[in-house]
Design a protein around this ligand. Structure first.
Ligand code: RP5
Length: 162
């Protein structure tokens, strides 16, 4: 199975994290999204991360804001690849989230994406690229997406200046 988990620290992260869901859906990649908080539901975090591989997940996308320990703590409890999404916080615009996620100690890896919606969308893209290693139809869908994206940029590349 090649299912992706999207977990987030709070329902307030969903407007950001749904960008990952949209991307996965567009490539036909199966996913489940749920709230798991490192601080508010620590036992659930351990249960989820330890059972994720057995549940059929092959990649985990984890988004959180502020003191964003979720991706790192999930990575500590699973061998699956974890992609961390720094959600844009109100107080510090997500710089706190980014630094909390990116500065992992050697030996426990989290692939950290950009702050906010672009990062969440790219987490979905990256997770789909991992799934595509085993699913040719997903690889084809990603190639098609990239081709269309390039064509669109080239079509709009001539700016009308006066
Ligand atoms: C983090 O605290 C969550 O990931 C969220 O980004 C932030 C704020 O959560 P709420 O107070 O909006 O639930 O754990």
């Amino acid at each position: 199975m090649a299912k992706v988990a999207i977990v987030m620290g709070s329902t307030s992260d969903w407007p950001t994290m749904q960008q990952a869901a949209k991307m996965l859906r567009s490539f036909g990649v199966e996913f489940e999204a749920k709230v798991v908080s490192a601080h508010r539901t620590p036992n659930l975090l351990v249960e989820f991360a330890e059972g994720a591989a057995e549940q059929g997940f092959s990649v985990i996308i984890a988004g959180a804001g502020g003191a964003a320990h979720l991706p790192g703590m999930i990575a500590a409890h699973t061998h699956l690849p974890v992609f961390g999404c720094p959600v844009q916080s109100k107080a510090l615009s997500g710089l706190d989230s980014l630094l909390s996620i990116v500065q992992m100690p050697k030996g426990v890896a989290v692939g950290t994406l950009a702050i906010g919606e672009a990062g969440a969308a790219n987490a979905g893209l990256l997770a789909a690229q991992v799934v595509a290693l085993q699913k040719p139809q997903v690889a084809e869908a990603i190639k098609h997406f990239r081709k269309k994206q390039t064509e669109k940029v080239l079509e709009n590349s001539k700016l009308e200046l006066d």
